[in-house]
Design a protein around this ligand. Structure first.
Ligand SMILES: [Fe+2]
Length: 268
């Protein structure tokens, strides 16, 4: 295996977070970069975008990601094909928006990272951006009394299993980033039945019934604040790695008949 000199790559810090790393010749091999380097960049910048790297076939992608850590597998295997389905049973595969969530809420463990590779991006202006909110910044900016209250709360989520996940779970609202120890928010926005194929109900344990809607709306508004969010506009060939513990993420709706083809894999 050859290695790439990391200093030869062009690095551009995004606003308010995220790092784009471009290989100068446009034909680099991801496997020539040390996983530890990429993991460190991802944890520092929350989102790492690699451009100018060849996409990997699925078996090679799985083998490569195993060098990062154990792969989280589902009933479909390790790699999820994120494509629009005309007969979709789950909102992930429609043209609609995907509200904020973190990956692994219904799995046995939250993955540390997830990696996407973009086989086909939407045409310019076609929407479908993946949006990330840095919850560590949200907590860091909150006043101590608010953080203290959040620490006492749990959230119960319920959804029918219509794709590869489902059931009822209760999770603490706050968690700790396993690497940095920074407090993070674990929250998934509700999916109301009049707008989503597979509704997700959310009940905040420790908040009075009469205050539920306002609490959830306030939290959603905070997570969506522009200075906490990075929206990634996909280009063909993008490889993106995200810090699942620090972030929540979602997807903007597609416009018109735009679509895209992504593959996703999760590393524990
Ligand atoms: Fe996700």
């Amino acid at each position: 295996m050859t290695t790439i000199d990391a200093s030869a790559l062009r690095r551009t810090v995004q606003d308010p977070f995220g790092l784009v790393v471009e290989a100068p010749d446009g034909d680099a091999d991801l496997r020539d970069l040390a996983p530890g380097t990429l993991a460190a960049w991802t944890e520092e910048h929350r989102v790492l975008v690699l451009r100018g790297f060849r996409l990997l076939e699925k078996p090679a992608l799985v083998a490569y990601c195993e060098s990062w850590g154990e792969i989280l597998t589902w009933d479909f295997g390790a790699v999820l094909d994120l494509v629009i389905q005309d007969d979709a049973q789950n909102y992930l595969f429609t043209r609609g928006e995907v509200p904020f969530h973190w990956d692994g809420a219904f799995a046995r463990v939250d993955p540390r990272f997830f990696l996407f590779q973009c086989l086909r991006a939407p045409a310019a202006g076609g929407g479908g951006e993946t949006v990330f909110s840095d919850t560590t910044r949200v907590v860091a900016d909150a006043d101590p009394a608010t953080v203290h209250r959040w620490e006492s709360l749990g959230v119960t989520y319920r959804t029918e299993k219509l794709a590869h996940y489902g059931g009822e779970i209760t999770k603490p609202l706050l968690s700790r980033h396993p690497s940095s120890g920074a407090p993070t928010i674990r929250f998934a926005e509700p999916l109301p039945p009049d707008r989503f194929l597979n509704p997700l109900s959310v009940r905040v344990e420790g908040v009075a019934a009469a205050d539920q809607d306002r609490f959830v709306a306030d939290l959603c508004r905070l997570l969506h604040r522009a200075d906490y969010c990075y929206a990634h506009e996909w280009r063909d060939g993008d490889i993106l790695v995200a810090d699942n513990h620090a972030l929540v993420h979602g997807r903007n709706a597609f416009r018109g008949d735009a679509s895209r083809v992504l593959q996703r894999i999760q590393v524990i």
